[in-house]
Structure formats: C-alpha cells, structure tokens
Design a binder for this molecule. Structure first.
Ligand code: 2F8
Ligand code: CA
Length: 284
C-alpha cells in the first residue's frame, strides 16, 4: 500500500500531504486509514489517479463501520435477549420461591396445629397414665389385703375343720384328753400353737364358756410367786378365783377351774391330769 502511494505522481500539494500522512502511518491500524479516507472525502481533494484508491479506501472504511454497527447491534440484541430471558427466568424463579414459601408456611402451620393437638393428647395420656398407675397401686394393695384375708380365712377354715374355734385374732382348740401341764403344752406345740394366754376380760369370758377345767399357759415354776406367760411376758392382769393362788411350791401351773365365776383361775400341781386349751394367732 505504501509502495502504491510511492509510485504515484505528486500532482498537487494535497496529494503530497496525503502521501506524508500515509508514510508517517506505516504501521498504523485500519482505523487510522478510515480516518484519513473520511478526511479526504470531506475536503474534496484528490486527482483522477488517486481517486480509485481513495474510493476503495473509503468503501472499506464504510464496510468496516457497517460491520462494526452490525456487531454492535447483534451484541445489543444478544444483551437485551439475555437480559429479558434472565429477567423472566428470575421472575419465574421468584414466583416458584414464593409458592414454595407459601407451601412451606402452610405446612408449618399445619404441623404446628398437629403438634399442639399432639401435645394436648400427650398431656391427657400422661394424666390418664398417672391415674391408671395410682389405680393399679390401689388395686395391688387391695389384692394384697384380699390375699392376706383369703389366707387367714383358709387357715381358719382348716382349723375349724380340725375343731379349732375362732375368737378375735386367734384360734383355740380344747383337748378331748387329759394330760399333765407339760404334756399338754407339747401337744399344742405339735399343732403349731401353745397353751392359751389370756390378755383381756373378753378372752377370759370366752374361755369360761367351755365349762371345763383347762390348763392354760401360765406358770411360776421359774420363780415361786412370779407368774409368767409362755411367751415370756410377765402376768400383769390376772383373773384368779377367790383365795388363789394358794399352792405355793406345790402348785406352779395355772388352770381354768371355777368357770362359773368371772375370775376362774386356780394354781394346781403341774403333774395333775387335766384337759387343756391351745391358742394359735392367725394374724399380726
Ligand atoms: O379350789 C380350791 C382348791 O381346790 C383344790 O384343792 C382342794 C385344788 N387342788 C388341786 O387341784 C390338787 C387347789 O389348787 C385349789 O386351790
Ligand atoms: Ca390352788
């Protein structure tokens, strides 16, 4: 291109000026050339020899400008398209997110309601459970009491069948034979009982009803004059018949004798043969 200019005739000062311009811009870009071409056209300078070059140069500049505009337009359209696409995508996603948010909120509210209902039910169940536990414990206690009562009754029934008589918390058995005080006691022990111990006026009245001379569990064999029951307790309340005890060292065992009297006790020789009465406690 430079050589083409160099081979041309310098007809006017303008062409010389143009050639200088071209020479000084040996390595310049196409944009510079376009700039020069435009300058040429606007000034209206040039000779017929350089007209062709000038026109070609200007046409190339116009084409480049057109291409540039086209690229810019395509770029702009692409940007607008992408922006529009992006916007509608964003709107769609926003709408979906709103819907999701509404759904999640609704589900959360439903879950909250369910949770409240379940909490109420759980409280009710807890109360029911507590009541049932209380009731179960009461029933358990009642069952234990009833079992104890049943066992007592069964034992009483068994003893009744064996000629035992129930009174208060004890069973009593009156012998049909007569033995010494010691042998009588041995028989009671074999039956799981011992000679009768009298603890109250009621019991005293009860034993009188048999209207028999009966050995009871009272003795002063250990210490003369100190009467003790067979369970080891000291005799405190007594129901001696009038004038008794009177046997001293010869009469060391207690018996029911004057049964028609409220105070029916007598002290008698332990070796004497008498009927006897055994007592067995059924509770406590
Ligand atoms: O009840 C009075 C008296 O009766 C008898 O003696 C006569 C008794 N003796 C015997 O049973 C051996 C006395 O103990 C009693 O005090
Ligand atoms: Ca006596």
């Amino acid at each position: 291109m430079d050589q083409a200019y160099m081979g041309m005739e310098d007809v006017s000062g303008s062409n010389i000026k143009l050639r200088r311009l071209v020479e000084t811009s040996e390595d310049n870009s196409i944009d510079d050339e376009v700039s020069q071409t435009v300058q040429c056209e606007t000034t209206g300078l040039g000779l017929p020899g350089s007209e062709f070059v000038k026109k070609s140069y200007c046409r190339a500049a116009v084409i480049l400008l057109g291409l540039l505009c086209l690229f810019l337009l395509i770029g702009l359209i692409t940007v607008v398209f992408l922006f529009t696409q992006g916007k509608s995508q964003w709107e769609m996603e926003t709408e979906i997110i709103h819907e999701l948010y509404d759904n999640v909120t609704s589900e959360r509210n439903q879950l909250q309601t369910s949770y409240n209902i379940l909490t109420t039910k759980q409280d009710q169940l807890q109360t029911s459970y507590n009541n049932l536990v209380k009731e179960r414990d009461q029933l358990q206690k009642r069952l234990e009491d009833l079992t104890t009562n049943r066992d007592d009754l069964q034992r009483k029934l068994q003893y009744c069948q064996e000629n035992w008589v129930a009174f208060s918390d004890s069973l009593y058995h009156v012998s049909s034979k007569q033995k010494s005080w010691e042998e009588s006691r041995r028989d009671c022990l074999k039956k799981g009982s011992d000679l009768m111990i009298i603890n109250s006026r009621e019991e005293q009245n009860f034993v009188n009803q048999f209207k028999k001379h009966l050995w009871i569990g009272l003795t002063d064999s250990e210490t003369e004059g100190t009467w003790k029951w067979l369970n080891g307790t000291q005799m405190t309340t007594s129901y001696w018949n009038s004038g008794e005890p009177n046997g001293g060292r010869t009469e060391n065992c207690g018996q029911i004798k004057a049964y028609d009297s409220q105070n029916s006790w007598n002290d008698a020789p332990c070796s004497n043969q008498h009927f006897w009465i055994c007592e067995k406690r059924v509770s406590q």
